[in-house]
Write a protein that binds this ligand. Sequence first.
Ligand SMILES: *[C@@H]1O[C@H](CO)[C@@H](O)[C@H](O)[C@H]1NC(C)=O
Ligand SMILES: *[C@@H]1O[C@H](CO)[C@@H](O)[C@H](O)[C@H]1NC(C)=O
Length: 340
Amino acid sequence: MRTGYPFLPLLALLIRPVSANFLLADTYIGRDFLQSWTWETFDDPTHGRVNYIDQPTALASNLTFASDDKFVMRADFQNVVQPPARGRNSIRIRSNKAYDEAVVVLDLQHMPEGCSTWPAFWSLSQQGPWPNGGEIDIIEGVNMNTANLASLHTTPNCMMPPAGPPNRFMSGNVTSSNCDANVNFNQGCGVQFSTPASYGSDFNAAGGGYFVLVRSRTSNPGVSIWFWSRNDDRVPLEVRSPPPNPPTAAGLVAPAAMYPTAWWGEPDAVFPLCDNCDYASHFDAHNFVFDLTFCGDWAGTAYSTSGCPGDCNDHVDNNPQDFLDAYWEINSLRIYSPAN
Ligand SMILES: *[C@@H]1O[C@H](CO)[C@@H](O)[C@H](O)[C@H]1NC(C)=O
Ligand SMILES: *[C@@H]1O[C@H](CO)[C@@H](O)[C@H](O)[C@H]1NC(C)=O
């Protein structure tokens, strides 16, 4: 049953009332990103040794590449960075559209890896200003990490319960429980994944995999994230081979997402709605972001303890060949929205 398409009416009867059915709202594949996302070029707010370039520059230098079925964003791997420069050329893109409750299915072939790198796939409030409306980090890590870290960053009064009953069943490990961005140096409330190959070179060596985010206002868990490596035989069929568009009545991804543990197994990370963190005052509609920075607040601070040699910024400036594998390769990003 867990690998089949969910059958909505039966599921609704068997489990409990379904508050919202989700329908495919947007598919981003290949060139779709060029039209529907914005290349952001400001100074990295996390103080990375990075120079975010605009779309025409990125296309001309092939640091962004789009075909019918692939979308690639990479760091410059050819040029030494001169000291007065802002940093190594790289990409940061943001979806023009914002989504509140959603099921987000990312099929990712490759993520940036290596010393000095700090890639992230995340979302933040369209309205802001940050951290109003919240931030959800779905993929994040630095340097030679092998385990993905998912976290929330919020305004005050958002505490996550410990893992376990009644509503925080997940395979990942809690690294911190206070989501307030104003404390603990903006560490946020994090969960480190236990599923093998969720990040970095292990992820890439396995041919990538699938990340799924579910955001729900009305049912627990409020924010859940799953990861499956490419060849994991537990990848749900509706994730590996998405239902047709427009979906048939039985082809909705939503019921599986709303009652996923029966179908999808335990999430890697769960951030439940609870008395200590109400959804409505901490989260609103978010834009999605892919970025790749270098060093800065996290990758720089953790550089030497991550098994990386020398100085982080110096590594970025003088070793372009080390950034050959510092690229995102996206097969598809599908976002489902409530049907009503
Ligand atoms: C541009 O990048 C794509 C994706 O990495 C690659 O397949 C292609 O060969 C590159 N083109 C050139 C001219 O380097
Ligand atoms: C995660 O927690 C489990 C127990 O729940 C423990 O066995 C494992 O060592 C932990 N992993 C890390 C990386 O701390």
